[in-house]
Design a protein around this ligand. Structure first.
Ligand SMILES: [Zn+2]
Ligand SMILES: [Zn+2]
Length: 249
């Protein structure tokens, strides 16, 4: 799911303002690095795909007790990113458990507040930073949503929803984790037409920012509990072409 309406712009302004205020207490002479990490999903697509600014990447993964991601899903995400991103100095993934948040549902604003507490890397020098939060909660706007790319370098995975949908089946959980992780990252990479312009028209007319192919990872159904089980784990040729045209591999 993508957040790109006027409400999200309001959140964005609140976030930037809030973070600027925090940062201002510490030092006020430098350019604020938070600003770059808090623009809309897909806005950093070129920075992800190319290596002219960032030659390496660090991914902070935090998870609440009971919702630790399957290592195989993380490995698949890493392989996916190495396939399409030009990061010659490598991609580092750091995982750690955080305190239970004890929330049945989370609003986007609350997710951002949790990120502000636990995110440990922002973009710096030649390293692009990404934050992924595995929540033991459902999304407040839809109990069916498995994940959300809510800012240019930020993803939340609603692991509680994944676990409930999979009825405790470990293999189903792993597959859903892999598909939603890669799908949400696909939005950060600018798919579809949210930072990486389509080479050929393939945006789903009924579902903005999603691919029209049922055989593609970026098909809208990847994001919804009821329909995600059979989603493709790979990009189709149209999405691959978009990434390549925008500087990816
Ligand atoms: Zn999506
Ligand atoms: Zn596609």
């Amino acid at each position: 799911m993508m957040i790109h309406n006027s409400l999200s712009k309001l959140y964005l302004l609140l976030i930037i303002f809030g973070l600027l205020s925090i940062e201002a207490c510490k030092k006020d002479e430098e350019v604020d690095p938070y600003q770059e990490n808090y623009i809309g999903p897909g806005s950093n697509a070129e920075e992800y795909l190319r290596d002219d600014v960032y030659t390496s990447m660090v991914i902070d993964i935090v998870y609440e007790p009971g919702v630790q991601p399957d290592q195989r899903a993380i490995d698949e995400l890493e392989s996916f990113l190495n396939t399409y991103l030009n990061k010659p100095k490598g991609i580092t993934i750091i995982q750690r458990e955080i305190e239970a948040q004890n929330q049945n549902t989370l609003k986007t604003k609350e997710i951002v507040e949790i990120e502000q507490i636990y995110r440990s890397h922002l973009n710096s020098k030649d390293t692009l930073a990404t934050f992924i939060y595995f929540a033991n909660s459902e999304f407040s706007q839809s109990s069916n949503t498995l994940g959300l790319a809510y800012a240019s370098t930020s993803i939340v995975i609603f692991q509680k929803t994944i676990q409930e949908n999979a009825a405790g089946n470990v293999e189903v959980i792993r597959r859903l984790e892999e598909s939603i992780l890669k799908h949400e990252f696909g939005h950060l990479l600018g798919l579809v037409d949210v930072g990486s312009p389509p080479v050929n028209p393939h945006e789903d007319s009924g579902y903005p920012n999603h691919c029209d192919s049922k055989d593609c990872l970026m098909y809208y159904a990847a994001e919804t509990a009821a329909t995600a089980n059979n989603i493709s784990l790979v990009l189709d040729d149209n999405c691959k072409a978009d990434l390549k045209a925008n500087g990816g591999k």
